[in-house]
Design a protein around this ligand. Structure first.
Ligand code: TRP
Length: 331
């Protein structure tokens, strides 16, 4: 089976955009490949060196992924910092990572612009740490979005360079795995772009949202004054609500409101009420699993310990082989 590695940012609660964007595909992928999923807590220090609630954020992401269906008996789910071998591989790879190429990475340039007072070495070597994450398990596939493709290109560069420098065929070349057409882009509730946490309060529906909070957010969703011409194209804000309906409502419900819209008879209040009910029905089982997990620290601890153990098995093997290849010997 092909090995897959992917890192998850410890951003806390997940929203429906995350769910349909990545999580759902991870859940499917775990049954098709040998998957390693980890929460990239070391990486978060590159932008937040004194993190406020690192443990809390890591725990919340972990809980959300478990609630969404990642099965620790099926995939290897771990916290990056629980597998310290990654830092050794990072060190070894850094010796053959050049300043110039690291400085040219666009995510580095962007972050350097955003945090001019904290252009730290970790930020510069973010791609080496990410390469270490991937090469640690000799992954062939990395499910990432467009914004990570350059990092993956660097991973291939480092892998090939290592092989060439030490004259071995040790690291395979990992390829980006794009979910492509399987991806449903979930719009936010503010009438503009996609669902996101940073777009402001009320724009995103979280997997942990209560019935009441879902209802409130839905009722506040941006609409317009209604269609005036039959079968007119839906403006963005309205199309967004229909897109949401497509993922959480029955096809009949969707068709009903679509026809109402096309006949200029639509009442947005009714549509939003229906959408709130359907959204709640969709979120309810996820929310319930999140609540149950939040109170089950014993289980979470077990999952983490087991994940770290499984990940360290392949990590220790890779790192000790890499050390040997470079020439480290014990006396
Ligand atoms: N850089 C990725 C992101 O921002 C997270 C990440 C860290 C990652 N290490 C990884 C993704 C290894 C895939 C493989 O989303």
């Amino acid at each position: 089976m092909e090995t897959v590695v992917s890192g998850i940012r410890p951003t806390g609660e997940l929203h429906l955009g995350n769910y349909f964007g990545a999580v759902k595909n991870f859940v499917k992928m775990q049954h098709e490949s040998n998957c390693y999923f980890f929460i990239a807590d070391y990486h978060s220090l590159t932008t937040h060196p004194t993190p406020g609630d690192l443990q809390g954020n890591v725990k919340r992401v972990l809980i959300n992924y478990l609630a969404a269906g990642l099965d620790p008996e099926v995939c290897t789910l771990y916290i990056q910092s629980d597998v310290p071998e990654v830092t050794e591989l990072y060190l070894l790879l850094n010796m053959n990572a050049y300043m110039g190429e690291l400085q040219r990475v666009s995510s580095f340039k962007e972050k350097a612009r955003k945090q001019p007072d904290n252009i730290n070495a970790g930020l510069l070597t973010y791609p080496t740490l990410m390469a270490a994450d991937i090469l640690l398990h000799k992954a062939l596939k990395v499910p990432v979005g467009k914004d990570q493709e350059q990092h993956l290109e660097m991973t291939r560069t480092f892998a090939n360079r290592f092989n060439r420098m030490y004259n071995v065929e040790f690291f395979p070349e990992p390829l980006a795995y794009n979910f492509g057409s399987q991806l449903v882009k979930i719009p936010g509730l503010d009438g503009s772009g996609k669902m996101g946490k940073s777009e402001g309060e009320g724009n995103a529906i979280f997997l942990s949202d209560s019935t009441e909070s879902i209802r409130k957010k839905m009722m506040k969703a941006v609409t317009d004054s209604g269609p005036t011409v039959e079968n007119q194209e839906k403006p963005d804000a309205i199309q967004n609500l229909f897109t949401l309906m497509q993922v959480v409502s029955d096809p009949e419900t969707y068709t009903f409101f679509d026809e109402q819209y096309n006949g200029c008879k639509i009442r947005y209040g009714d549509l939003k009420k229906q959408l709130a009910v359907d959204m709640d029905r969709f979120v309810a089982p996820l929310r319930e699993r999140i609540e149950a997990l939040e109170n089950d620290n014993d289980y979470l601890r077990k999952v983490m310990r087991q994940g770290a153990e499984k990940a360290r098995e392949s990590a220790i093997k890779t790192v000790s082989e890499a050390r040997h290849i470079i020439g480290f010997r014990s006396y």
